[in-house]
Ligand binder design. Sequence first.
Ligand code: FES
Length: 84
Amino acid sequence: MSHSPIHRAGHSPIEVELEEGKTYTWCACGRSNSQPFCDGSHQGTGIDPVVFVAERSGTVWLCMCKQTATPPLCDGSHNKKNNL
Ligand code: FES
């Protein structure tokens, strides 16, 4: 049984439209009510969000299972058997 402070926020990535040069804050803990972005709910978990600037405008797939090795982007980790 996992006691990880990281919660799975979804079972598949979410498609998001980003704007070039804009700063985004991706939720790494899975507790935000504004997925896939941080709403401050990580306080007290020891987990920090991932702040990033969009390199170009367009659609990306952001991780919702919070197990990706390439945050904030999905790397297919949601398909792994031992995932949360
Ligand atoms: S609410 Fe999850 S990292 Fe901020």
